[in-house]
Design a protein around this ligand. Structure first.
Ligand code: C2E
Ligand code: MG
Ligand code: MG
Length: 746
């Protein structure tokens, strides 16, 4: 048996991971020739929110500014529209007035002026004195005087001004009355009219009030010449213009009201827009925070172990990379500790995964407590942890840390009221002497850890290059094993099992051998654990069953009838999905196996209650397959499983049998096992019987069957019948004095 012990050498081994598989895995993470350099990109922390927030702020400010400018432009534009609309209205009013004035003037001019009674306002015009009939007396004696249209209009304009505030003016570049002389603006307009312009207007202040002034040309008509003939005017000349000044106060007030409404309306629209931008900003900020949280979560998931919160393999590789780059620059030494918990799988199997998980969490906490803040503790998976000590002094601190870790982990763990004891094995590599790149260091630390396990666990081992050779040996063994399976280099040897009291043959155990062209005959202890680790056990186990069934059929045909044939089944194989169905199918196709096939399983099968071993065993036994517990007594579980799980026989491990005659404790143990098994109705087989004294002891102790070199070594298929016929009777005869001999069953 390998120094790993039966449980770990046959289990699914998270504790004794296939070293080479792991090495390959770790190598995959790294390029072999990569120089020591940081590869932080993958592990870079998600960007801080500050950057995104600043960008969002700028965007919000930009949006608010654009929005404000837009609303302000609309406001300005609409205000100007209102102003021009109001001006337009005032202009219309002015035009209406001018038109009316013109109509009055034209009418009066057409009729040669009008006669009005002489009064203070209508005294005879001195400018019309050249007209003979300027003044008339009516038959009733009333005195009338001729009033020219312009004068009449001016008076009307004055009245209109008084009544409605609209001022009117008739002016000319060459007025008869100096009072009607044009001001600057009017002069300019009159000059323009002379050149053909039809209208002029402006907004002006008159007596401190705003007015719209409008002026149009006043062409000379036939009737005008009556008064203005002497000034040299001709019909069609533009000697003057009619102007109207409309007060703007009413329009300005209406415009101001509309502008105010607009202002209020647009302010509200602006407010809604700004509110929308603010809300959008708030949402955006929320989204930034959510995205940041999400990115951090993803980053955390990608870089940290969910169970223990320690950095995971990904982050570990990155940290190691960085630490190596630093150590390389500073010419420091760096230590890498590869820690694997011992027999953790047993804890998981016996106490359940929940307790197993809590144990890992607590172990992670303890590991962290053993190192400095600057050191990195990681969980690579399963029960494997690593510690990077980035700056060490000549290995002294490493030894201290490793010793401290072992001591800390050996304190009992209190989990759900249960006290669990644990230990660990540690492999240590030092940069630069044990490797210069992360892959090499990890690989070598793993190799050293494996050596620590092999040398008894609960210890640490520094890596040496000699260890590497052993690991390489395992690697080449694995590939040779794969080849062997393809080339069918395996064979089965058979060892007889006898009835202890009568000495008759009851069956045989099939034991695999590897007849390697390069290595010679290789025993199962050398390759079965490796086959389990690298996933070769299912095809190998299948081959063994098929070959054993075929061999038994051949012996049946040859007339050698064995009562039973025992086949070893790895725990891994037993636990595999579909194993029971496969066995039942085999039984269906190979009827001769019924009630003769013994499956030898080990106690570790019962440690995984989740796989419901009891149900599997029941189904197998219902169909006539019998079950033996191999290497009984070397397992770690309680004996209570014997009561709960149905088995037909137990095989006392060779380690108890070998010194039963010398060691009273082993003798007592054997006797106790036999008594207990018989009490439960289970048969007992003693393994490894080598001496007549052992045989005698077992016979006296009531053991049912025995197997060992005393009766016959495992032998090839062809040799087995010959041995039974020719040698076994002689063997038994030689010991006839000790045991009552019956001839071997041939
Ligand atoms: P095991 O099932 O307990 O088989 C008994 C082992 O004890 C055999 O070693 C046998 O050669 C050895 N043995 C028998 N009598 C004596 C004796 O008197 N003295 C000593 N010193 N040894 C004795 P072997 O063939 O090397 O097998 C070792 C183990 O390999 C087996 O232990 C079994 O656990 C495993 N194994 C063998 N064949 C198979 C197989 O086909 N499948 C699986 N899964 N495991 C197998
Ligand atoms: Mg066996
Ligand atoms: Mg055994």
């Amino acid at each position: 048996m390998a120094s790993e012990g039966p449980l770990e050498s046959r289990g699914t081994t998270s504790s004794v991971q296939p070293v080479l598989t792991r090495l390959t895995r770790s190598i995959h993470h790294l390029s072999p020739l990569r120089p020591v350099a940081a590869t932080g990109a993958v592990n870079a922390l998600p960007r801080k929110t500050g950057h995104d927030e600043r960008r969002l702020h700028i965007q919000l400010w930009l949006a608010a500014t654009v929005w404000t400018l837009l609303v302000a432009s609309i406001l300005l534009w609409t205000q100007r529209s209102v102003d021009s609309e109001m001006l337009g209205l005032a202009r219309q009013e002015a035009i209406a007035n001018v038109n009316k004035d013109q109509a009055f003037r034209v009418w009066a001019t057409t009729h040669g002026g009008i006669y009005v009674p002489i009064s203070e306002r209508t005294s005879p015009s001195p400018y019309l004195s050249h007209i003979p009939e300027r003044d008339l007396v009516t038959p009733s004696g009333r005195r009338l005087t001729l009033m020219n249209p312009a004068y009449m209009l001016r008076q009307m304009m004055d009245d209109y001004n008084e009544l409605y505030g609209v001022k009117g003016r008739i002016t000319s570049l060459n007025p008869l009355n100096p009072d009607n002389a044009p001001d600057d603006w009017e002069r300019e307009a009159l000059t323009a009219f002379a050149k053909g312009e039809k209208e002029r207007f402006e907004v002006a202040k008159i007596d401190g009030h705003a007015f719209l002034r409008l002026m149009r040309p006043m062409p000379t008509q036939e009737g005008c010449l009556k008064c203005h003939f002497h000034q040299g005017h001709k019909v069609g000349d533009i000697p003057g213009g009619v102007g109207v000044s409309v007060p703007l106060s009413g329009y300005l007030a209406a415009g101001a009201k509309r502008k105010q409404n607009l202002w209020v309306g647009l302010s509200m629209v602006w407010g809604v827009g700004i509110g929308g931008i603010w809300l959008g900003g708030k949402r955006g900020k929320q989204r930034i925070l959510e995205r940041r949280e999400y990115e951090e979560r993803i980053w955390h998931q990608a870089n940290f172990d969910a169970l223990t919160g320690l950095s995971n393999r990904n982050l570990f590789m990155d940290r190691l990379d960085r630490a190596l780059a630093y150590a390389y620059r500073q010419e420091h030494q760096l230590a890498l500790l590869f820690i694997d918990l011992d027999r953790f799988k047993d804890v998981n199997d016996t106490l359940g995964h929940v307790i197993g998980d809590r144990l890992l969490q607590e172990a992670g906490r303890r590991l962290k407590a053993c190192v400095r803040e600057m050191d990195t503790v990681s969980r690579l998976g399963g029960d494997e942890f690593t510690v990077i000590l980035p700056d060490i002094v000549e290995g002294i601190s490493t030894t201290l840390v490793a010793g401290n870790i072992l001591a800390t982990l050996s304190h009992p763990f209190e989990l759900d009221g249960q006290e669990v004891h644990l230990s660990a094995s540690i492999g240590i590599t030092i940069f630069p002497q044990d490797g210069k790149d992360p892959g090499m260091l990890l690989q070598n630390a793993d190799t050293a850890m494996y050596r620590a396990k092999a040398e008894g666990r609960n210890i640490y081992r520094y890596f040496t290059w000699e260890m590497n050779k052993a690991a390489e040996g395992r690697l080449s063994l694995e590939s040779a094993l794969r080849r062997a399976l393809k080339r069918e280099e395996f064979e089965l040897h058979y060892q007889p099992i006898l009835n202890v009291s009568g000495g008759s043959l009851v069956g045989a155990e099939a034991l695999i051998r590897w007849d390697s062209p390069e290595r010679g005959m290789v025993g199962p202890d050398e390759f079965i654990p490796l086959a389990e680790e690298c996933g070769l056990i299912p095809p190998l186990g299948e081959w063994v069953l098929q070959r054993a069934a075929a061999d038994l059929a051949k012996w049946d045909q040859a007339g050698l009838t064995l009562n039973s044939l025992s086949v070893n089944v790895s725990t891994l194989q037993f636990r595999m999905k579909g194993f029971t169905d496969k066995m039942l199918a085999l039984l269906q196709s190979q009827i001769h196996l019924r009630s003769r096939l013994f499956l030898e399983i080990t106690e570790s099968v019962f440690m995984d209650e989740q796989g419901e071993p009891g149900k599997r065993l029941d189904r197998l036994r219902e169909q006539g397959i019998r079950v033996a517990i191999d290497d009984f007594g070397t397992g770690y579980s309680s004996l209570s499983y014997l009561k709960r799980f149905p088995v037909d026989s137990i095989k006392i491990d060779r380690s108890f049998v070998c010194d039963v005659t010398d060691d009273p404790e082993n003798a007592a143990l054997c006797e106790a096992i036999i008594a207990m098994a018989h009490h439960l109705g289970i048969k007992v087989v003693a393994e490894g019987v080598e001496t007549v004294q052992q045989w005698q002891f077992l016979r006296d102790g009531g053991c049912d069957f025995a197997q060992g070199y005393l009766f016959g070594r495992p032998m090839p298929f062809d040799a087995f019948p010959v041995f039974l016929k020719q040698h076994l009777p002689i063997v038994l005869q030689n010991h006839a004095s000790i045991a009552p001999i019956r001839p071997a069953n041939t």
